[in-house]
Design a protein around this ligand. Structure first.
Ligand SMILES: Cc1cc2nc3c(=O)[nH]c(=O)nc-3n(C[C@H](O)[C@H](O)[C@H](O)COP(=O)(O)O)c2cc1C
Length: 299
């Protein structure tokens, strides 16, 4: 198939790169010219993170403040499809993702081009995707599909295990009690099936029905409990971000935010979820389902 695809992504641990490779492998097998561009910050983030540095990225992530990237180039000026791989940071697009979306070279390639967003997240990506959608739309791109790979373990277990991974640099089962962090290897491998599904649409350059096919095949899922937590948390993060970004000495505020987040995640969220399940969820099924569908679909 003589088509040109640009797959652009940032990855810190390599997880998103594995996802991109798996997703694009059927395209490469079908003879599609897939150009992969891994963007890099001019000054890279530390890995493993220190705890202070990790939480220090919250305000810039939430307020979508871009930073400088290492120079990158594209082989072509026009592509049949762009695959934009990104990860959420603090319920917003990661800072490298925000930065490349603001980059004139990428914006020029996006104009008038079909885009598939390919997300590799822990489990909260809804708010980030809203931001990315609006940025892509304002560049004149049109989103034809969204594929999301997440850690499917329960919210608390996956939060503990990802924090262990990020702060130790080891992608291993914390204390041999918690699950392996990140997107499961089998799910990364299975991303190739979603890539395969894209082929007939790419060939015809007619994208009608692709997202429905992906939804049917669990190319993305929206869980009502996580949707509930995320919609509340994103508003609170925005308040914290606006407050902290103005502080001359932000370190004590970052430490405060860190403890707030740990308490909110491990203590408040389970209580709020239990109350919601008892008092509200049974009476608002239609609204919840409408919201869930909204996030599954493209608009
Ligand atoms: C600073 C930071 C904040 C993160 N915040 C979120 C988040 O809000 N929601 C989520 O699902 N995952 C979150 N993650 C996990 C990432 O989305 C991603 O899955 C993980 O960092 C691995 O991505 P990589 O390919 O860049 O290594 C966060 C990771 C980092 C480093």
């Amino acid at each position: 198939m003589s088509k040109k695809v640009l797959a652009l992504y940032y990855t810190q641990t390599g997880q998103l790169e594995e996802i991109v490779n798996s997703f694009t492998s059927p395209m490469e097998k079908a003879g599609v010219q897939v150009e992969k561009v891994r963007i890099q910050p001019l000054i890279d983030y530390p890995f493993p993170w220190t705890s202070d540095r990790f939480f220090n990225e919250m305000p810039e992530s939430v307020l979508q403040i871009p930073f400088e990237l290492k120079p990158f180039t594209f082989q072509h000026t026009v592509y049949d499809l762009v695959i934009f791989g990104y990860q959420p940071w603090f319920l917003s697009p990661s800072i490298p993702a925000t930065s490349v979306l603001a980059h004139p070279a990428f914006q020029s390639v996006l104009k008038g081009t079909p885009v598939i967003t390919l997300i590799g997240a822990r489990n909260m990506w809804l708010n980030a995707q809203e931001v990315v959608k609006s940025k892509l739309n304002s560049c004149g791109a049109f989103i034809v599909a969204n594929v999301v790979l997440t850690d499917k373990n329960n919210n608390i277990a996956s939060a503990v295990s990802i924090l262990h991974w990020m702060l130790s640099g080891k992608k291993e089962r914390y204390l041999k009690l918690f699950p392996k962090p990140g997107v499961a290897d089998t799910d990364i491998g299975n991303a190739s099936f979603f890539g395969e599904m894209v082929l007939p649409y790419l060939e015809k350059n007619d994208w009608d029905g692709l997202q429905d096919t992906l939804i049917l095949n669990h190319g993305l899922e929206v869980k009502p409990d996580l949707m509930f937590i995320e919609s509340r948390a994103s508003r609170l993060f925005s308040i914290w971000a606006h407050l902290i970004v103005k502080k001359k000495n932000r370190r004590p505020w970052i430490v405060l935010f860190k403890y707030y987040l740990l308490i909110a995640l491990f203590i408040i969220a389970p209580i709020v979820l239990a109350l919601n399940a008892l008092l509200f969820k049974p009476f608002f099924q239609k609204q919840i389902e409408r919201k869930r569908k909204y996030y599954l679909e493209l608009n």
